[in-house]
Design a protein around this ligand. Structure first.
Ligand code: SAM
Length: 307
């Protein structure tokens, strides 16, 4: 489905279904022999979506989700540790942007009196709350869903929901940026910076400077075509292998670590392959040149007015 500037979706549609793909990876990791984390809610979400008529990926697509499982697990673990460290440093306000089926608000050992805001599309958050309520799952934190599109005036919705602009905040941006137009990405980071008190932290899954270049996108398309051909050879349908890039806004945009350091954040960036090596996790077999096109960026906000 082609993207439009004001499109919206339910959990089983368009960008919403990508959250189910991530939940599938988390459920696989949880069921594995030596998981990096456990997420008992991921399978609940998948079961509930299936009951609503969603068809879990099969064949080549489910193999693809398994192939990127090590990456998805390392990413989940990195953001888990990001929030735990923020709590240990005294931060009691967290905002999970594009939360999807992220269950950290329920999984993590939040320090008492922590408030966790989650932002995503209304139907996505509604689905999530219905599933958790049906299983009587409660959060150790004070959980506040904020149902709003991140291309709209989400700062107002967040403040209306009780966000305290004077308190340091831990923000996460995971699995989101390609789904935002370039100008919405710029606005997102400008708004986060404007709403962040000193010592706030940000964790971002960021994309390489050339991620949206025609060259890189062409290489991805080529790999996808190869996978489709293999699927057909194995007697499977190539229709089962949609191109995730069709849901992206393939527009050039600022390189996140640079943008953040230019806007008062003290930044460190960890290439995805280094993170995965830290966790003894192998790269997907089709990774070219031993590198992944993402990195994990952590920022701490210095004094905004001293520069
Ligand atoms: N961060 C979650 C995780 O890692 O499990 C979900 C990642 S999923 C790949 C992408 C999520 O971004 C979906 O839940 C989708 O609804 C959300 N999303 C994408 N664009 C959005 C927008 N403009 N406004 C609100 N949510 C958005």
């Amino acid at each position: 489905m082609a993207r439009t500037d004001d499109d919206s979706w339910d959990i089983t549609e368009s960008v919403g279904a990508t959250a189910l793909g991530v939940a599938m990876a988390r459920a696989n990791e949880t069921a594995s022999d030596s998981p990096l984390f456990t997420d008992p809610y991921a399978q609940m979400f998948l079961d509930a979506a299936t009951a609503r008529g969603w068809h879990p990926p099969t064949g080549v697509m489910s193999r693809r989700i398994r192939a990127i499982g090590n990456y998805a697990a390392s990413r989940t673990k990195w953001f888990d540790e990001f929030f735990v460290a923020a709590g240990a440093a005294g931060i009691r306000q967290a905002v999970i942007l594009a939360a999807g089926l992220d269950a950290r608000a329920w999984r993590l050992p939040w320090i008492q009196d922590t408030v966790v805001f989650e932002i995503d599309q209304p139907l996505v958050l509604q689905f999530k709350q219905e599933v958790l309520a049906a299983h009587q799952v409660t959060s150790k934190a004070r959980y506040v869903p904020v149902a709003v599109d991140l291309r709209q005036d989400w700062p107002k919705a967040l403040e209306d929901a009780g966000f305290d602009i004077t308190e340091p905040t831990a923000w996460s941006v995971e699995g989101l940026l390609p789904y935002l137009p370039a100008d919405a990405q710029d606005r997102l980071f400008e708004r986060i910076t404007a709403m962040s008190a000193r010592d706030s932290r940000i964790g971002v899954e960021a994309f390489s400077a050339d991620f949206f270049s025609e060259d890189h996108l062409a290489r991805r398309r080529e790999r996808l075509e190869q996978m489709r051909a293999e699927a057909i050879e194995a007697g499977e349908s190539a229709e089962d292998m949609p191109d995730p890039a069709q849901l992206w806004f393939n527009e050039d945009r600022p390189y996140v670590p640079e943008w953040l350091s230019e806007h008062c954040w003290d930044v460190s960036a960890l290439p995805a392959e280094d993170l995965m090596a830290r966790y003894h996790r192998a790269l997907p077999a089709d990774t070219t040149e031993g590198t992944m096109p993402t990195e994990f960026v952590e920022g701490v906000l210095a004094d905004k007015f001293s520069q």
